[in-house]
Design a protein around this ligand. Structure first.
Ligand SMILES: *Cc1c(COP(=O)(O)O)cnc(C)c1O
Length: 421
């Protein structure tokens, strides 16, 4: 299959080019040339999640250099549980917090790492992070000999536990604490890409959520669980997705377009209201991101919006396909307390946005809430609210015990360049 730019569908590239370029030459994002339509019975027959995932992803990698390796890439990427559990009548939790760095981003990052391994090239991946992306990418690529990963994070502005998950890995992972904000980190990445000689010498590439290699695998568990759900209850479950850059929702939308039995699509955002303003006013105005408790969703200009708009080009089509709710920090805190009181469950601030939205939707319809990260990463927010200690899993406590020395840089390109030479 070929991939086209959202800005020009005559501009076709192979999956390999789409992966390495990240962004299309015209500034658009890559989307599959066509979304294959499935026969549900073929997928109902698949016995395991792995077989299901391999069958779903196969058409996207057909006739590419990844085709033969796809089964192995899936086996190595999807090596942890993604269970669905009923929390209350018609409310289900899809737990995406069981990967090595305890967020759903492990799925995309591990799959992307598998693809890059097949390319077998010397590459430098540069990524700016406000938390979960950096740790998932660092963990997924740790130990790869021909790939170096530079992770830029704002010094002292991310949770200590998130930081431990970025800094505790092999030599090929270079964590850099930037004396600035997350926006400064992102600007540094952009600047690094704009210096052509730097970019070429290092074979620079990116691993952020616009990369198609991270989006495609996210369809698998959404498609799998909607299919199993439909088999059990003969109903299509709605999906409530805690969203920032809309990568997860794009994957969910694509899975639905392919014919998987997914019901209503619901976007939960934090107090960043670019999307809810758009739906209520018809005007799309990107904003500067404001910091919230759900920091991985602090996005004022959602990068994957362009992919959704490509598939839903008119305002009405988009408005009819998606529901959007914005959730305040106060509501996040109340929901964390409420879930603990009602169900003895620890939920992270991101998941809490979706749980809050669930309450305003019909109780007669089934909804799946995506649990996008584990509460243990956000102990400093959650524990004071519920006056309870969240148990720390073994893998994280190992990382927390490591003694790491930090490399600190100024928020400018010459400081970045200096540590790399
Ligand atoms: C990245 C992230 C999100 C937002 O996902 P998008 O694909 O950017 O919409 C939500 N929750 C958590 C925990 C995340 O790390």
């Amino acid at each position: 299959m070929d991939f086209v730019s959202t800005r020009d569908n005559n501009q076709k590239v192979s999956i390999k080019e789409a992966l390495l370029n990240g962004l299309a030459k015209d500034g658009g994002l890559y989307v599959p040339e066509i979304l294959p339509k499935i026969v549900l019975a073929d997928f109902i027959k698949q016995n395991t999640f792995l077989d299901f995932a391999k069958a779903l992803l196969a058409p996207f990698f057909k006739n590419s250099l990844f085709e033969k390796k796809l089964p192995l890439i899936c086996e190595q990427a999807f090596n942890f549980d993604i269970p669905l559990e009923e929390v209350d009548t018609n409310t289900f939790f899809l737990s995406l917090n069981r990967g090595p760095t305890l967020s759903f981003k492990d799925v995309g990052a591990r799959f992307l790492a598998g693809l890059f391994k097949v390319l077998n090239q010397n590459l430098t991946i540069i990524v700016a992070t406000s938390g979960d992306t950096g740790s998932a990418v660092a963990s997924a690529f740790s130990g790869y000999t021909n790939i170096k990963v530079i992770v830029l994070f704002p010094k002292d502005k991310i949770a200590k536990r998130q930081e431990a998950q970025i800094t505790g890995f092999d030599k090929n992972i270079l964590p850099l604490a930037v004396l600035g904000t997350f926006d400064d980190c992102q600007d540094l990445v952009k600047e690094a890409f704009s210096h052509q000689s730097f970019r070429e010498t290092l074979h620079l590439t990116s691993a952020n959520s616009i990369n198609i290699g991270r989006l495609l695998p996210q369809m698998t568990y959404l498609a799998y669980w909607s299919t199993r759900f439909y088999q059990s209850y003969q109903k299509k479950p709605g999906m409530i997705v805690p969203s920032g850059n809309l990568g997860h929702m794009t994957a969910c939308f694509w899975a639905k377009q392919m014919g998987f039995p997914i019901g209503e699509l619901v976007i939960a955002t934090n107090a960043n209201q670019t999307l809810s303003h758009y739906i209520s006013s018809g005007q799309y105005k990107p904003q500067k991101a404001i910091p919230t408790l759900a920091n991985a969703m602090d996005v004022g200009a959602p990068s994957n919006f362009e992919r959704l708009q490509y598939a839903l080009p008119t305002f009405d089509s988009l408005k009819n396909a998606l529901q959007i709710f914005s959730v305040s920090d106060k509501a996040i805190e109340e929901t964390i307390i409420d879930y603990f009181k009602r169900y003895r469950r620890f939920i992270c601030p991101h998941t809490a946005t979706a749980c809050f939205v669930r309450e305003s939707l019909s109780k007669d319809k089934p909804f799946i809430v995506l649990e996008t990260a584990d509460s243990v990463k956000f102990d400093t927010i959650i524990e004071p609210l519920i006056d309870e200690t969240i148990p720390v899993p073994e893998a994280l406590s190992v990382l927390l015990k490591k003694n790491v020395t930090q490399t600190v840089i100024e928020p400018n390109f010459s400081s970045l360049k200096a540590v790399l030479s």
